[in-house]
Every structure is written in C-alpha cells, then in structure tokens.
Write a protein that binds this ligand. Sequence first.
Ligand code: NOJ
Ligand code: MG
Length: 586
Amino acid sequence: MVRRLMMDVCRVLLAAVALFGFRSNLVNSKEWWANGNYYQIYPRSFQDSDGDGIGDLNGVTQKLQYLKEIGFTGVWLSPIFKSPMVDFGYDISDFYAIHPEYGTMEDFKALVARAKQVGIRIILDFVPNHTSDECEWFVKSVNREPGYEDFYVWSNGTVDANGNRQPPSNWLSAFRYSAWQWNDKRQQYYLHQFSIQQADLNYRNPLVVSKMKEVMRYWLDTGISGFRIDALPFMFEKEPYANGSYPDEPVIDNVSVCPDPDDECHLKHIYTQDQPESIEMVYQWRELVEQYRKEKGGESIVLLTEAYTSLDNLMLYYGDGQRNGSMVPFNFYFMRNLKNDSTAPQIVDYIQQWMTHMPTGVQANWVLGNHDNSRYSTRLGVQRADLFTIMLQTLPGNAVTYNGEELAMTDGKVSWKHTVDPQGCNANRFNYESYSRDPCRTPYQWDATKNSGFSSAAHTWLPVASNYRTNNALAQLRAPKSHLQLFMKLIRLRQMRSLQDGALKIKAIGNDIIIYSREAAGDDMFVIVLNLGGNEQSLNINQYFDMGSKAEVITSSMQSGYHDGVIIDPSKYVAEPYVGVVLVKL
Ligand code: NOJ
Ligand code: MG
C-alpha cells in the first residue's frame, strides 16, 4: 500500500513541476525554518504499526517519505512521552521516557534517523506548564521531599464563616470546575489549570525552571530540530497574599455570554493567564536554543508556541525589541475566529493587523487547524476548504497544517459512550459535543480499506470517520483533481521568490471577495482571488492590480471550471462561487 501510494505521489509531482513554465525564481538562501510548511501529527491517530488500534512512532516513521513528497518542511508531534493518558499525552509522568503504547527510545531514534534521511525536521511538543500527578516530582512534592517542596503551586486554602475549608481562590480549570484540588496526604490544595491529574508546576521556583531546561537539552541531544511549546499563557500565576490565599478573578462583564459558573469562560483570567513572566520564559528558552547551537553547532532550532491570547501578546512572543522569543507564535485566527458568516472585510482586516503589528525581522504564520479545535471543513464547509488552503500557501510566512487538513478531512462523529477527551467527559451527555475534542482526533484516512488503512485492529481508540471510503489520501492522489493535489501544487509554487519575499497587497471587494497580489521586484506578479460566497461575480481585476491583458491560471479550487494553465483576460474575470484562483501575470 505504501509503495502504491508513493508512486501516485511521484506521478502527480512530476506533472505539477512541469506546469510551472513562467519565469519565477526559486529562493534557497534562508534559514531552514523560514517560509516553512509545518505539519502537526497527532501520533495516536496517524498510523498504527502494531495493530493495537493506537497510532505509534513506527507508524509515523513509515509515513515520513509521504510527508516529504507532499512538501512539508518539518513535522511536530503531539506529546510522545510517558503518560497515564488522562489528557492523551499532555499529562506527562516521565519527561525522559517514550510512552510505551507509542514505542521505545530505539523507535524514536529510528524515526529521527529516517527523518534525516528523507530530509524532514522533527519537532517535539514541550509541555512545561504541568506534569501528571503520577510524575515522580509530584509524588516527591506531596511528600515534601527536600528540594521538591515548592515544585508545584500549593496552598492551605481558606476557611469560610462556617469553619469549612475552601479553595484558595475562585480560579477555574480550562476543563471545568475549580482549578484547586485538595491533597489529603500533604493537607494542602494544588493548582491544576487543566485536569485534576495535571498539576501546575511552580515557575517562581528557580529549580523548576532549570529542571525543565534540562529536559529541553536532553531532547535536543537526540537530533530534533525544535519544540512546539504548550499552553504558554498558563505558565505563571499571580503571587499569593501573605496568608497563602490568592486573589479571585472577576466575573466577565456580560454574564449572558457564559452564564455557567463552572465553565472557565465565566471569569476574566487576569491572574491565571498572560502574566508578563510567562512571555519572559519564552525569551529564556530562545536563549537556551541559541546557546545550545553555539555549543554544538548545527542548524538553528525552531520554537513554535501555543497561546490563545491577544494580538499584542502574540507580538510580544516574537520578541520585545531587546530579546527574541518564538519564531512561530501560532496565529490561530483562521482556526478560532472564522465563522460561516465571516466577511471578506473582516478577514482582510485581521490579516493586515497581523502583518502591520509584527516586529521587524520576523515572519508571519497561519494555522489551519489543530487537535483542540473542530476541523475547518466541518465548520466552514468542504466546498470552501480549498479557499483556506490557497490562503495558507500564498500569504507570506510560515504555514501550519494539522494532519488531515490537506485532505479536507471533516470531524468524525463520536458518541457520548465513546467520548474519551477529558474536556468532553467533564460536560454531560446533552452538551458534550460543544466541548469534546475527540471529533477532530479521529484516525487519519489513508485509504478505503478496513479502518481507513490506519490500523488492522478490531477496534481503534477513536472510531474512524464514516466518510473514509470516499475521502482518503489514496483516492485523492489518484483523482485528476483533489484537495491534496491542490495542496501539493501550492507548496511547490510557494518556492517562488514572489511568494516567499514578495509584498502583500490585499483588499476586500464587497462582503465575499478577497483579492491580493504577491510580487517581488523583478519577479512574477501573482494575484489570488477568493470568493467566499455562494454567488458568481464578475470582476475587472485591473481595477485593483495591473495585470494587463493576459493572465495564466496556475491553479484553483477543486470545483472550479478554470483548468490549470488556461489563459484569461483579467479585465473580464468571473469569480465562481466558493472558488479560489491563483493567477500569474503574463
Ligand atoms: C494545549 C493542548 O494543545 C491541549 O490538547 C491540552 O489539553 C492543553 N494544552 C493542556 O496541556
Ligand atoms: Mg499501535
């Protein structure tokens, strides 16, 4: 099967390269990570090599060549470390060990070696904010072992008017209910901003900071190329009052937006998120990776950071003018804010905001999806998926793709009975679907065979989405036009200088059309036209960008009537419903 798949990939790629007959230049003098195409693998759901129904490292290794052929620069793996799997790997019990369901350290070394062979960089998930309650450090902290007493955020709590013990503050966990849990053995509360089993480390303790730096160095020694860093806004909390309690967070102004007092959206997180110290930690980690490279040589090490926060904070994650931070502070706008009724002016406005607020010397980035959010083909409709693929690959900077988005995979259906995500399980059988992240984590759809070619097991850890027989990688490689082929073609096109370094000029026309140009001096001018709406519209492109009398259609959405390579008159362009087109001026 793998072999057959590869042959299909090769056939398509040769065809794609042959089509670029225009004069654009390739760019190849940058840092390896710049203008990159990053792919997120959720290892549990990608490829199961040993038939237990759970994806694993050897499964990933088998597929690295496939990812290279698509054109990805680097792959980031959601956590692969030893874990009780309460939060599917984001609850780490041993930062130095591979989770047995995923394989062994030998398997991991083989994965890194294979990645080097095929020319793809491996990036690991670094989860600094919390550990599993089964982590040795937590057990030692519970027992107040010397050196570990203050490893976590402990507090006596308070006593109410009736003499009953109460948590130290009203803080809420991201997964619902109080963020404080009483520990009988230590006779104190500990903080957990996620599940009860994910205890928050105390970053005000320098020992914790250095311990986590050791973890980073350990994995860098294995030959990886960087880290995706988890849950940054949660790193530091406000310091306690002298009596050991903490200030309450205020309730949101408009309670009708989130009336449920147990749901974290009920509070304004002024003490538990986005503390300036959290951003400063990223600068320290950037220094660490720069220092590591100085000592050991080799390529630069990339940091990708996860923070759902304001634009201003995201810009600070890049750096503050004095110190550098993350190379790729994830830009979650497409994933979080785009709704079915988002208009062209809203989207353009956001893109311009990111572009104009960036500090100098950094690159933009655009993220289509991840393992925590509903897939955009589900949210916005499969017929619009290609519009976002085109944006992802033709806007300036770095592109980030969650496994399956390149196939326009949709969310799977997971019943309440089969729900395993803690965020879903903490809800109830009536509302769990608005919370559960299982639907975007269903197995990768490789082909039309049993379990979509993901696993030979009788049961997979999450059910395979029901549309896998028609929507899968193999079918898309064989079809004359598909989401995947469009994706591959765009990745190659993106090597052109105008798409790497060219200025972005972008406008909205009415509520539905986004039009933009990318052009580097002395190179081709590309114009991209995206119609978000369901109506056909006639346009004179020359009114916005001077394309002259002839342009070539490089590529377009699957359902478009424009064939690749067709020559059109830009002054009489017809924007088909839900269609995106990439044009080059002739
Ligand atoms: C963000 C991760 O992406 C998510 O899956 C996890 O539940 C939380 N951080 C806690 O680690
Ligand atoms: Mg397995």
